[in-house]
Structures are given as structure tokens and as C-alpha cells.
Design a protein around this ligand. Structure first.
Ligand code: HEC
Length: 136
């Protein structure tokens, strides 16, 4: 009888152990789920299109910059109507392209006499440069 009682209580401890590990597992599961949600909220809402030179960067330059930075009218000697020139000024150390469109101190704010590009467009340039400024 004594032995039986001991066994029962041992079983119940084991059961409690199971419940406890299930709670740990569940809380881990939910904390992971929460983390995912967190990441989703933090991920950039601009990231709806693949950020390529031809699909995103070139069209923005064409709309906002070609007027003053095309080969036949290169303000400040800066040409932005072909990949090679854009890549050079985008990837150079202390990128004048990134500095000017973000209106950073020490750079002429671009596009000149026009509002700053919206934050998604600025983000696209950052991502494109981070990815190596590819001709894609
Ligand atoms: C209305 C004409 C005009 C437009 C539009 C324009 N620029 Fe400029 N940009 C200039 C002029 C003029 C300069 C010479 C710098 C100055 O303002 O003293 C210049 C200078 C620059 C520089 C050199 C900045 C520095 O500090 O050395 C960069 C880079 C540049 N532009 C990029 C751009 C980009 C990118 C766009 C489009 C988002 C753009 N520009 C649109 C006229 C323009």
C-alpha cells in the first residue's frame, strides 16, 4: 500500500513534469510566433517589389534627375543617365548620390529645388547600394 502510494505520487510528479514542459514548449512557441509578428511589423513596408536597377532605380533617376544630369546637360559634371556613371557615384566612398538625395550635411540637396524623394524611394537606393549596385 505504501509502495502504491509512492508510485501514484511519483506518477503525478511525472505528469506535472509533462504539463510543465508543455507550458515551456507552448510559451516558446508563442514567443516565437510573437517574434515573427514583431519582425513582420518591423520589416519595411516599401519592400513590395524586387529592387533592381532597371525596374526601380533607373526609372526614379529618369523622373527626378535626368533633366539636370543627362549626358547633354550634366550639372556639376554629374551624369546619371547610364548605369556605369550611376554606379560610380553611388558606390564611391561617402557616396554623393546617397548623401545628396538624403539631404545629408555637406552635400547639395537633390533633386535641386524639388521636395525630397519619399522614404520608400530613398530606401530603394539604400538597398540597391547595399546589394552591390548591380546592373540588374
Ligand atoms: C533642377 C536641376 C537638378 C535636378 C532635377 C537634380 N540636380 Fe543634382 N545637381 C544640380 C546642380 C546644379 C548641382 C550642382 C551642385 C549645387 O547645387 O551646387 C547638382 C549636384 C548634384 C550632386 C553632387 C552633390 C554634391 O554635394 O557633390 C549629385 C550627387 C546630384 N546632383 C544628384 C542628383 C540626383 C540623384 C537627382 C535626382 C534625384 C538630381 N541630382 C536632380 C541640379 C539638379
Amino acid at each position: 500500500m505504501k509502495f502504491y502510494n509512492y508510485k501514484v505520487s511519483f506518477d503525478s510528479i511525472q505528469k506535472k513534469g509533462h504539463v510543465f514542459s508543455m507550458l515551456v514548449a507552448l510559451s516558446l512557441f508563442f514567443s516565437c510566433a510573437y517574434d515573427d509578428e514583431d519582425t513582420l511589423i518591423l520589416s519595411n513596408p516599401c519592400d513590395t517589389v524586387p529592387i533592381t536597377y532597371s525596374g526601380v532605380i533607373q526609372p526614379i533617376l529618369e523622373t527626378y534627375c535626368y533633366n539636370c544630369h543627362s549626358s547633354n546637360n550634366p550639372s556639376d559634371g554629374i551624369i546619371l543617365d547610364n548605369y556605369e556613371d550611376v554606379k560610380d557615384i553611388a558606390l564611391e566612398e561617402n557616396s554623393r548620390l546617397i548623401g545628396s538625395i538624403n539631404h545629408e550635411a555637406g552635400y547639395a540637396a537633390m533633386p535641386q529645388r524639388q521636395p525630397k524623394l519619399d522614404s520608400c524611394k530613398l530606401h530603394y537606393f539604400d538597398v540597391w547600394v547595399e546589394q552591390g549596385g548591380l546592373d540588374n
